[in-house]
Design a protein around this ligand. Sequence first.
Ligand code: SAM
Length: 339
Amino acid sequence: MALVDRLGRPLGSLRISVTDRCNLRCQYCMPEEEYVWLPREDILHFEEIARLAHVFASLGVTRLRITGGEPLLRRDLPALIALLARIEKITDLALTTNGVLLADRAEALRAAGLHRVTVSLDTLARERFRRLTRTDELDRVLAGIQSAADHFPIVKLDTVVMRGVNDDELTGLVEYGRTIGAEVRFIEYMDVGGATHWSMDRVFPRAAMLDALGRRYGAIEPLPNDGPAPADRFSLPDGTTFGIISSTTQPFCRTCDRSRLTADGLWFLCLYAREGMDLRALVRSGAADEALRDAIVTAWSAREDRGAELRVDERDRTPFVPISRLRKDPHLEMHTRGG
Ligand code: SAM
């Protein structure tokens, strides 16, 4: 019988963070000067990750997404991809990257068995990119996206839209996506993890996105929802499609089948969960697959998280976790949970 949680949601997708380190410092994710990093000896080895992925697949997971931090900072990532690509029940093996290191690696990742790539791209303007990420890597990111488009059948672009920062670039990003054959997904700025400067008036909501695109292109048609994917998809009059992930104003907890494994093996059942289950401790204490399965089944069966929905009900919303708390527990960071 399929494993479902208390709200009837299956265990379908696992996001695997392979490192908490990042080579960008995006304002909405890592705005501070200093960070507490996970101890290196705690980071799961590829064989440990692959073993856990096998166990999750045996319980119903069919989709894996490799994330970080910046996953391409993890040495020899194609070797991990090759291990995961061998898991028969996995029908979707994806990677989320900032693209900086992608140009040279796309071919090897594809050859290793990666199915598709999502690249985060918030702006096409050089000076804005520099301010947003505190690096000057836009050219390398664009080269990475081109290389992904050359080697992968499916490439998506993820854009976090912030009011007054990049909300004037929606059409520019749609046009750019069209030229390289990539669908853009606009993400509402979320209050979670390292978004310590978040405030509701910096959120550019879904309705405003649709309004801005509708004014430029004309009538926008919603496309039928194809399962538990976080994005609602839309079509422009010329057939160009795009997505909106409205995690802040219209969350989709009721269909959320995702969970997250941090690079050091903590398993989180919700992006907003304050605590995770220590699967590394189980693996390293010599637990058999059956014991790992039991632990996962028990936790998932009791899951009733709907963190983003509960946030919507909150009045006077401020960042979910203050910086003092993040310093004490880096697992609460978005760059540790993998977004
Ligand atoms: N480094 C990789 C990348 O840039 O795609 C993977 C990790 S990153 C944490 C994963 C995703 O989380 C990115 O698309 C990023 O834009 C998103 N993200 C981080 N902080 C966010 C926030 N406060 N609101 C919305 N999305 C956020």
